[in-house]
Design a protein. Structure first.
Length: 76
């Protein structure tokens, strides 16, 4: 949740997104993400990836997702 991710969170909030999830390997970013509009933040672990965690959050899925990662290793 760097500059681009925070901008996406803020834009989603302004547009009336129902629930905004933020995922980052650096949990020190969660406080600021919540100030920008994130409802829930998650730090992926070896046991549970961000994808697996997201799939558990909503029974019928998530309408929109945005990947703002600049690190190819993290994307994979």
């Amino acid at each position: 949740m760097g500059a681009v991710g925070l901008s996406v969170i803020q834009s989603a909030k302004i547009q009336g997104a129902g629930k905004i999830y933020g995922i980052d390997i650096n949990d020190q970013k969660f406080e600021i993400a919540k100030k920008f509009g994130a409802d829930v933040c998650y730090k992926p672990t070896a046991e549970k990836s961000g994808k697996a965690w997201l799939l558990e959050q909503e029974k019928w899925g998530i309408n929109f997702t945005y990947d703002c990662t600049g690190n190819v290793n993290i994307m994979r």
